[in-house]
Design a protein around this ligand. Structure first.
Ligand code: SF4
Length: 65
């Protein structure tokens, strides 16, 4: 799994940080930052949930990577 996020379209809702705090954080302006682009198995369900929940579709998960 490889995780990327588009901070340009992020609207600072913090949902991803709430759902997967080991993988997502926010910069000084509140925009998404990916802390761990290749998360461990234990975090993957939360990452998928965060991607599905993002209101602006700013999180991309490549399951094959
Ligand atoms: S859930 Fe989406 S819009 Fe909200 S902070 Fe995360 S990337 Fe940004």
């Amino acid at each position: 799994m490889r995780v990327t996020a588009n901070s340009a379209t992020c609207t600072v809702s913090s949902l991803c940080v709430y759902r997967a705090p080991d993988v997502f954080d926010q910069d000084d302006e509140g925009h998404v930052v990916v802390l761990d682009p290749e998360p461990p198995d234990a975090s993957r369900a939360a990452v998928r949930d965060a991607a599905r929940s993002c209101p602006t579709r700013s999180i991309h998960v490549d399951e094959e990577a």
